[in-house]
Design a protein around this ligand. Sequence first.
Ligand SMILES: *Cc1c(COP(=O)(O)O)cnc(C)c1O
Length: 427
Amino acid sequence: MMPFEIPGHLEVKNGHLHVGGVDTVRLAAEYGTPLYVTNEGRLRENYRRFAAAFPGVQIFFAAKSNNNIVVQKILAQEGAGADAFSDGEIYLARLAGIPAEKILFTGNSKTDAELRYAVDAGTMVSVDSHDELIALSKIASAAGREVRIGFRVNPDVDAKAHPKLATGLKKSKFGIPREQIVSIYKEARDLPGVKPVGIHCHIGSQILETGPFAEAMGKMMDLVEQICGFIDLEWVDLGGGYGIPYQKGAKTPTPQEWADAILPVFDERCRKLGIRPELHLEPGRYIVADTTVLLMQVNTVKRSGSNFVATDAGFNTLIRPAMYDSYHEAVVANKADAAPADTYTVVGPVCESGDILATDRKLPAVRKGDIVALLDAGAYGFCMSSQYVGRPRCAEVLVHDGQAELIRKRETYDDLLQNQIVPGRLL
Ligand SMILES: *Cc1c(COP(=O)(O)O)cnc(C)c1O
């Protein structure tokens, strides 16, 4: 008996958790732990499933959710564009083979240097403020370029997400209030160096209901109605935020259900207005989260205030539980078909009491040396990891056709020193 039903793209064979046909216990032994293991087949499936529900829609993968160049290359092959939140993300997305025309530079606090980088690269820009509009107009016209822009709208929609993941509330730092939209488009229309062609919003992350998307789409189309008379609108971008069922058995909308909530609103309003802009979406988490497991080795099992399992990965490796109180299923990878025997709290090796990865989980009897897998670690996982407490960042492996390939080396002690400079007088 299994503690819960293993999701379809994972398997248990000979008592071991397998990802993409590869034994995770063998991977832990071969590459060491902690280790992020990403399933290429699942990544492609997720992208195709999402894209199939939204025919004619251009997908801009939210690059911040997984910054591995191999993951981005695979998505580029699948036809994805990128939502890049910084110059570094533009750099990576272009290296991954995503053409600049399919990159939207988002971000609420862009430096002039970043804007110049985007202008030179030829990306589109989602402008988040009046200051940014003026800066971009100057930079682009000085370079003799015309940048295609949209404005990020604050749609004032409650996404019913975790407070740290809600980005479209009236008080949130992102975007331009709806009341200012008409005047800023008019101003932008007459400025050199920028060409307003789109409109953008992003209401939050790990959203579990379709309602907030339908509401945001409606509010965006209200604004489209007000600007389409003087702006030749080429695209409307509804952002990302599509949630996934971290807790197995949780019900979340399917891409088809998201589409059924969003597309009729978009199509109907476009038809009434007699316009035909493209719809853009920016899923991050939905595409990458369940492609990846995080493998960790158990250092200690100890009964004190709780029944603790202490592993070699903590919030330095996966910050989501500490930062967002998020839930990740835990599986004892080398005992994946054993019956639950006890209730455990899985913690990391960081010197903080908030370093908890999974609380009060029913697991088979856990022993030192066991391998614990945390599922759904592909979004906001490695990319949010750090060297806190002097631990080099871990490795990443890609599995494909039953084979494993190293796609990011484990860091070494030297990496802890990288770019640090000791002044000569202290040598
Ligand atoms: C983070 C972000 C996304 C992706 O959000 P997910 O919840 O991962 O889908 C999309 N667009 C923008 C502008 C973002 O900041």
